[in-house]
Design a protein around this ligand. Structure first.
Ligand code: NAG
Ligand code: NAG
Ligand code: NAG
Length: 598
């Protein structure tokens, strides 16, 4: 309102007397706006303000009508906050006559429609249906049987569908319920979109249709809608509705953000035209519209890559039921926590049944979902690992008071470590073995293999006796395995008398936790840092149903003679400190210790 008034004043300063416009020009425009603009609520106060300012007719003194149009246009658009409002001066404008397709003979009509539609069955029985123009109810009713026979039936029996709306820039709103209904159930009828038409001041709900010609595609088969930045108008309504109904996955680019209905209205008998949206659409689910903003795809890819991406998603989804079923069997048969194995397995199947995995879009997402669900179902005693073959690497340093620092981020496999044990001893271990105390930094250690743990622990005990480190329960073999220190080691021992500090963080997990657990339990080390992650022993990996999906199941658990190990709960430090502060805390402790000795 303020903007409009300011504008009238500013342009008013270009003072040339010109009287070829009707004095009521601005008021006439305001009236057209009030009677046709689709968001009447946004006009509150504005019409009154224009009315009040009508004695200020300075704007009509501008001689160039195009400048008048531009000034008014900018003022209206910014005051009302809608860039679609446009005032133009076009004395020669002749409105286009809308073609009357419905009077064309059906055979000719179908040949036209066939050109704007493409149907195909792709590999793996995936239906491909491209529509470049969405036809309206009148035409659909006229040639319905021909459409069903010539187009729809060609893709009806496919096992998943790709609806390509990347080139759909035109169409009739009345066609939307038809498209949506073929991918919905007959009952219950659902509201697809609510359309408000300002000139008639009416609101119409578009609902799914209880009766259709031909057969429905139904709700259980996959549907992917392809979009591009050229997808415009009613095609956006189809995509937006099906996305919000969770019936389709949208793959491609954000759509154009067009409008449902834009009209160009003549202002009185002048050459000025006022273009504005006269109808608006809202989703009953979101209460919002795709107009102007566009539809955000579920998977954003270049339009050119959208088809390939969609095919990949459909092919992945088709493997998910078998993967989850086999995963469920593996959990029941192999999972170390016997009492809950059956329950976890059954609940996983329930999730599959209720559609939890039906909208998965990538292997990463499947893995993350499956991991999260297994973790939750098992009360945090289940970790699905992604095996990254990170080469174990070591860092060493000598701190004040001849304190050694040893950092490594992964426990290697015994099979791999044994042949290079001598190299590790010479290049890493010997740098710290003769220090007065040692800090082992496991803050970034994500685990790895447990086969080297008994050997590594052994370095911190004397060689004249054997010590029981842990008793492990293995589910597949139903056995208890005792883990003892080794009597023979490569290189020298650190021995059991010198100080040992282990640094942990919330990321410390798996095999690293097993090491921390043993050393803490045996009173051999002081643990400083955060409670560890609470992972599990390295799981065994099973291939699921000949697919590329591998399920990792923890089959071993620690300290089988007690009923609480570290799995799922982590290990508390002796001295809590944030991961960032843990090393400094250790240094302070060591300084106190060595300072006290002086
Ligand atoms: C539009 O219709 C509603 C009721 O359907 C009425 O309350 C409202 O006043 C009407 N608005 C106009 C501008 O006629
Ligand atoms: C399936 O069931 C789970 C657990 O009861 C629930 O959290 C989830 O929302 C359900 N999913 C669907 C799609 O109904
Ligand atoms: C450690 O110290 C001992 C005794 O002083 C010595 O025999 C040994 O060679 C040293 N080891 C290394 C790796 O420096």
């Amino acid at each position: 309102m303020i903007l409009t008034l300011a504008l009238l004043v500013i342009v008013g300063s270009v003072c040339l007397v010109h009287s070829s416009y009707p004095p009521t020009l601005v008021m006439d425009m305001a009236k057209i706006l009030a009677q046709n603009y689709c968001y009447p609520e946004r006009l509150e106060g504005i019409i009154e303000a224009i009315e009040a300012a009508r004695s200020n007719t300075d704007i009509l003194n501008i001689p160039d009508p195009n400048a008048v149009a531009m000034a008014l246009s900018a003022g209206m658009a910014s005051t009302i906050g809608d860039s679609r409002l446009l005032i133009t001066y076009e004395p020669d404008f002749i409105p286009k006559a809308t073609p009357v397709l419905s009077s064309v003979p059906p055979e000719y009509l179908i040949s036209i429609i066939k050109k704007s539609v493409q149907v195909e069955v792709l590999e793996n029985n995936i239906g491909y249906f491209r529509i470049d123009h969405i036809i309206g109810e009148d035409i659909a009713e006229k040639i319905g049987p021909l459409l069903v026979e010539n187009i729809w039936n060609k893709v009806l029996l496919t096992s998943a569908m790709i609806l390509d709306l990347r080139h759909t820039a035109s169409g009739e709103l009345s066609g939307v319920p038809y498209i949506v209904s073929y991918f919905s159930n007959a009952e219950p009828p659902t509201c697809i979109s609510t359309v408000y038409d300002r000139p008639s001041n009416t609101t119409v709900e578009f609902r799914s249709l209880p009766e259709l010609l031909g057969k429905r595609y139904g709700v259980s088969k996959d549907l992917i809608i392809l979009t591009s930045k050229n997808t415009r108008g009613v095609a956006e309504d189809v995509a937006y509705a099906m996305k919000n109904m969770k019936r389709a996955t949208i793959v491609g680019e954000r759509t154009a953000g067009g409008s449902l209905k834009i009209e160009k209205l003549r202002v009185g008998e002048t050459g000025f035209y006022f273009t504005m949206p006269t109808a608006s659409v809202r989703s009953p689910i979101t209460g919002e519209s795709w107009e102007v903003k566009g539809v955000t795809p579920c998977i954003e890819v270049d339009a050119g890559d959208a088809l390939e991406t969609a095919v990949k998603i459909i092919n992945l989804r088709s493997t998910i039921p078998v993967i989850v079923q086999e995963a469920s069997v593996l959990v029941a048969e192999k999972y170390a926590f016997t009492q809950i194995a059956e329950d976890v397995s059954q609940k996983l199947l329930d999730l599959l049944e209720n559609g939890t995995y039906s909208m998965i879009n990538s292997e990463t997402e499947l893995e993350a979902r499956l991991s999260a669900d297994l973790k939750e179902l098992s009360g945090d005693k289940f970790i699905l690992f992604i095996f990254l073959m990170v080469r174990a690497s070591f860092q060493t340093d000598i701190l004040e008071n001849n304190v050694g620092l040893l950092r490594f981020d992964m426990f290697g496999d015994f099979e791999q470590v044994a042949p290079i044990a001598k190299i590790i001893v010479e290049n890493v271990w010997n740098k710290v073995v003769n220090t007065t105390a040692l800090v082992i930094d496991l803050r970034n250690n994500v685990g790895g293999y447990t086969s080297t743990i008994s050997g590594f622990c052994s370095y911190f005990f004397d060689g004249n006796k054997q010590i029981l480190l842990d008793t492990l329960y293995n589910r597949p073999s139903e056995t208890l395995k005792e883990m003892w220190t080794l009597s023979r080691l490569t290189g020298e021992r650190y021995g059991e008398k010198k100080g040992l500090i282990i640094l942990t963080s919330a990321a410390t997990m798996g095999a690293a936790e097993e090491f921390v657990y043993i050393m803490k339990k045996l009173g051999r080390a002081t643990v400083i840092g955060e409670v560890t992650r609470g992972g599990c022993h390295p799981p065994e990996t099973f291939r699921v149903a000949d697919s590329d999906v591998y399920l990792s199941v923890p089959v071993t658990r620690s300290d089988a003679l007690q009923d609480h190990g570290w799995e799922g709960v982590g290990i508390s430090p002796h001295i809590p400190a944030s991961a960032d502060a843990a090393l400094d805390t250790a240094k302070e402790l060591l300084n106190e210790h060595f300072g006290g000795q002086k």
